[in-house]
Design a protein around this ligand. Structure first.
Ligand SMILES: Nc1ncnc2c1ncn2[C@@H]1O[C@H](COP(=O)(O)OP(=O)(O)OP(=O)(O)O)[C@@H](O)[C@H]1O
Ligand SMILES: [Mg+2]
Length: 316
């Protein structure tokens, strides 16, 4: 019609085709957008996979096994982002293979930071952490951690079966060993009552577990690894006192070959340790074994009496 070159039918068809193009055009917009996001994300993922740990890895290989002798020599530590605040100040101690060191102290006093130096999540700002007499910095963090099992304060379970979660650090473990460790951690009983026992899926996409149940599963996981050094950071804080005492009794039977670090709040968990450190604002304010600390009549003595309740206050 316009200049007589297009019929009405042509115009309608042309209009129709234009509309048909609309969908694919918009689609290609999305596709380009998605492709760009894919490219950007894959670069980020590649960078993350390639990232080197801030802690330098050294070439020296660890001996095949370690004895578990742990020594701190005047260790101080501050975080990079806050160099003026010493989180740990001049910490020194020695723990022989098979011994237990307990750490007590109010929240924020530096307990977790201290044990994190042993597996080289951080390195000291000054002083030395020695393992089997060698500066821990000489060893690859990854190798060192094969000999250390840590039950962290913030427990992480994988979306996997209970069995898979316990066997995480020891993929060749037998079912018999898995059950034995679960019994020591007092987890066997509640696991048996779960819908599919050890095959029950837990974690983010599975059955929800209580804090105390998670703690016991990760304790079993740590024990199964049969480490030279075992670190328990507040591991039994979420279980009741009676269960905690039971777990501690069972633990003693298997930890005599491991150097054990126990961070706890209840005296019942620390009283049998070879040495107990009391931390306050990153400093050791008291140290000794249970009897020595009671004699000092200081911080430890006070908590002991608070925890025993009024009963002991009356009886002396
Ligand atoms: N990544 C970090 N960066 C900066 N400061 C930190 C970091 N992690 C911990 N801190 C600080 O270090 C101090 C000691 O923390 P840490 O977790 O060692 O205490 P804690 O004794 O384990 O306490 P809790 O009993 O609550 O577990 C706290 O003041 C805390 O705020
Ligand atoms: Mg802590």
């Amino acid at each position: 019609m316009i200049k007589g070159q297009m019929s009405l039918g042509d115009l309608v068809a042309f209009n129709g085709f234009l509309w048909m193009l609309n969908g694919p055009m918009r689609m290609s917009g999305w596709l380009i957008n998605d492709a760009q996001r894919f490219i950007a994300s894959s670069f980020k993922i590649r960078d993350m996979l390639k990232a080197e740990s801030k802690i330098p890895l050294h070439a020296e290989k660890l001996p095949h096994t370690i004895e578990g002798y742990v020594e701190f020599q005047n260790v101080s530590f501050h975080f990079e982002d806050d160099p003026t605040t010493d989180i740990l100040k001049n910490i020194s101690f020695q723990v022989k293979p098979g011994q237990t060191l307990a750490i007590l102290g109010e929240t924020g006093s530096g307990k977790s930071t201290l044990v994190n130096l042993i597996c080289r999540f951080y390195d000291p700002t000054s002083g030395q952490v020695k393992i089997d007499g060698v500066d821990a910095k000489k060893w690859q963090a990854r190798e060192l951690r094969q000999h250390i099992a840590t039950v962290m304060q913030d427990i992480f379970l994988f979306s996997d079966t209970i069995e898979g979660n316990i066997a995480f650090g020891a993929p060749d473990a037998s079912m018999e060993d898995i059950r034995r460790m679960a019994r020591i951690a007092d987890a066997d009983h509640f696991i048996e009552t779960m819908p599919e026992s050890y095959d029950t899926i837990v974690g983010e996409r599975g059955v929800g577990l209580s804090g105390g149940q998670k703690q016991r599963i990760s304790l079993a996981r740590a024990l199964l690894k049969q480490p030279s050094i075992l670190i328990l950071d507040d591991t039994t804080s979420a279980v009741d006192m009676e269960t905690e005492v039971k777990i501690q009794e069972e633990l003693k039977k298997v930890t005599h070959q491991m150097t054990t670090f126990i961070i706890a709040h209840r005296i019942s968990s620390v009283k049998d340790a070879d040495e107990i450190l009391i931390l306050s604002h990153g400093e050791i304010i008291e140290r000794g074994n249970h009897e020595e600390l009671l004699e000092k009549q200081g911080y430890y003595y006070e908590i002991y009496h608070k925890q025993l309740g009024t009963e002991v206050d009356h009886n002396g």
